[in-house]
Design a protein around this ligand. Structure first.
Ligand code: ATP
Length: 134
């Protein structure tokens, strides 16, 4: 299968640079898969599971939260707020974040700002747990 160059960066630095057969992530409007030959394109990334398929057919899963993806002249650039490879996800930490967020959201006295913050925390924890589900 044809490959194309992909770079994945976060504020922490470059996390991946190389040829891939496919990159899949969730955008703000739904699931997106980029393959070689995709037209020039740019979109905002949402929150969800992501993966890349390497030239040998192997797959690397990740949690991807926010950012921008562009495909320009055959080259793909994914600049994410958060990109965590499956093996780097600390499951205990995500479970603890999920519990904390659920407890906070169950409180009756919670203002709108706190609600938004903890709802987002809960969503991030659930994405991490869905990627690292064993
Ligand atoms: P927590 O309450 O555990 O900090 P959070 O969702 O508020 O969770 P973020 O603000 O999204 O955390 O992330 C802060 C930093 O910590 C980022 O660099 C992110 O990649 C990392 N991080 C957060 N949770 C995990 C996790 N479960 N495993 C690995 N890295 C994590």
């Amino acid at each position: 299968m044809k490959t194309f160059p992909l770079q994945i960066g976060t504020p922490d630095g470059l996390l991946f640079s190389g040829e891939v057969e496919r990159v899949v992530c969730r955008t703000i409007t739904g699931e997106l898969a980029i393959l070689a030959g995709h037209i020039n394109y740019c979109t905002a990334i949402g929150m969800g599971q992501a993966h890349i398929i390497l030239p040998d057919g192997s797959r690397r899963n990740a949690a991807c939260i926010g950012g921008m993806l562009s495909m320009m002249h055959g080259s793909c650039s994914l600049l994410a707020t958060t990109w965590e490879w499956e093996e780097d996800i600390d499951r205990e930490r995500a479970e603890a974040a999920k519990t904390r967020a659920q407890e906070k959201l169950n409180q009756t006295q919670i203002d709108e700002q706190e609600y938004k913050i903890f709802r987002a925390k809960l969503q991030r924890a659930l994405v991490r747990l869905s990627v690292n589900d064993h």
